[in-house]
Design a protein around this ligand. Structure first.
Ligand SMILES: Cc1cc2nc3c(=O)[nH]c(=O)nc-3n(C[C@H](O)[C@H](O)[C@H](O)COP(=O)(O)OP(=O)(O)OC[C@H]3O[C@@H](n4cnc5c(N)ncnc54)[C@H](O)[C@@H]3O)c2cc1C
Length: 423
């Protein structure tokens, strides 16, 4: 059964979210530092009251099931919400759905012990704290088999040594979830890693440098050195050697959520451009009268519409009970597309705004840079293209014959044979 309708009750919520985000949340992008800096006085003054309104409306942390204090809306409704939230860098945190906390809460909910959930998950879901996910290392992030950081058993506990890279929000986080090598001798290389929860105040964790990129309010992607960091045994998340399985649980949803927010960013760029081209004059008429301008607007709308349907279908498939492993072809395809769509539409917006478009007073160069960011974070585009192709090609068998059956003369020969046999 196919339907593209939105439940009218939920549409009312979406309308409320749209107005709330535009009036109250989007302006924060211009006045506050990092959206993860929950310790900032401005955050406390401006964001906390908005979060309270969202909670009052019953729209807090909607990605979670009711047993975790969320609505359990599922991926499709979350996608429709994210189409609004992604317009502002403060959208997700105002609604309790910000990465990497969403992914971290997902794996804590799946693999955490009751004690771990009480200590880390509960305050994380309430946004009393924020968290960091430390997997990538300086020597190569696209290939997680290159992870070198180790955790060695020492008495009862573990001792972590190594370096992590691009550990986003490390400086604001109350805890890390870190992937480290614990089973170097395991035959299966995908069974050599484990996950630990580490209190950010543990001695031996040193932020060497924070990196930022164009459009970010402040540098917040940390290069972190881990020297003899002692971790108690109860901080192992999942079993020994389960690191890859735990990581996969968080990455599928995380990638799709990025795609949902990329729809919002692209739509915002398109909205601004449409307003501009019906307002700006050239050669005595509005800019939109130029056919080349029309072509760019039309291409952007078509591209965004295709992408949106792809994201919504993938979200819908997830809601039908297909797990992230089973959906990796679809999720990787969406991951590849989001980079291109946001890149193309933010570039169009920048260009059609002329000199204003290139300035930092409009957000297009930020969105353009974001398109590169989402092509790297959670794995580069090439790796995801490779997943799509490999998954697709698994469905095909090699044909031992020189000429395939779909060559015309062969098809005709077969048909002739059938006619002869039928008399
Ligand atoms: C803004 C941002 C935030 C991030 N936050 C986090 C975080 O919180 N925690 C965390 O652990 N990591 C984080 N990352 C790291 C991210 O996951 C890695 O950047 C990503 O996995 C790529 O790794 P790398 O940067 O080391 O690139 P490399 O591995 O050096 O790859 C560089 C390039 O080589 C090419 N390439 C690599 N492998 C292949 C291949 N198999 N086939 C074809 N081409 C290939 C691609 O063009 C790729 O972009 C973040 C990254 C960014 C940009």
């Amino acid at each position: 059964m196919w339907s593209f309708e939105t439940d009218p009750e939920f549409q009312k919520e979406l309308d409320w979210i749209r107005d709330f985000v535009r009036e109250n949340v989007e302006p924060l992008d211009h006045v506050l530092p990092s959206q993860w800096n929950i310790h900032d006085e401005g955050f406390k003054r401006l964001v906390r009251p908005l979060q309270a309104k969202v909670k009052e409306r019953g729209l807090w942390a909607c990605h979670l099931g009711p047993h975790l204090g969320g609505k359990g809306y599922g991926q499709l409704k979350l996608a429709l919400m994210n189409e609004q939230l992604g317009r502002s860098r403060f959208g997700p945190i105002t609604f309790g759905t910000q990465a990497p906390d969403t992914g971290n809460s997902e794996i804590l909910a799946h693999f955490g012990t009751p004690e771990q959930k009480k200590k880390w998950l509960e305050p994380l879901l309430n946004n009393e704290i924020v968290s960091c996910y430390a997997m990538t290392e300086p020597q190569g992030g696209a290939d997680p088999l290159m992870i070198q950081t180790t955790a060695e058993q020492d008495g009862d506990g573990w001792v972590i040594n190594g370096e992590k890279w691009f550990s986003s929000n490390a400086k604001f986080a109350a805890f890390y979830i870190i992937m480290v090598k614990t089973e170097p001798e395991a035959n299966d290389p995908y069974r050599r890693q484990s996950m630990f929860i580490v209190d950010a105040k543990t001695p031996g964790i040193e932020i060497i440098r924070d990196y930022g990129y164009h459009g970010q309010a402040e540098p917040e992607h940390a290069h972190v050195r881990w020297t003899n960091v002692r971790v108690p045994p109860e901080n192992l998340l999942g079993g020994r050697g389960d690191g890859f399985a735990v990581a996969q649980t968080r990455l599928g949803g995380g990638r799709l959520h990025h795609a949902m927010r990329a729809i919002a960013e692209s739509q915002k760029c398109l909205d601004m451009t449409c307003e501009r081209v019906v307002s700006r004059q050239t050669k005595g008429e509005p800019l939109w009268k130029q056919q080349m301008v029309q072509e760019r607007i039309a291409d952007a709308w078509i591209q965004l519409r295709q992408f949106r349907l792809m994201v919504l279908e993938t979200a819908w498939l997830a809601d039908q009970g297909r797990d992230w492993r089973d959906l990796r072809q679809e999720v990787s395809a969406v991951k590849v597309m989001m980079t291109k769509v946001l890149h193309d539409i933010s570039s169009m917006a920048l260009h059609l705004h002329g000199s204003l478009g290139i300035t930092t007073d409009v957000p297009f160069s930020d969105h353009l840079m974001n398109s590169f960011m989402i092509g790297l974070a959670d794995g580069p585009t090439e790796v995801h293209k490779s997943v799509v192709a490999r998954q697709l090609l698994k469905q095909y068998k090699p044909n031992p014959e020189m000429f395939p059956d779909y060559v015309r003369w062969k098809a005709q020969e077969k048909q002739a044979q059938r006619v002869k046999e039928a008399g």
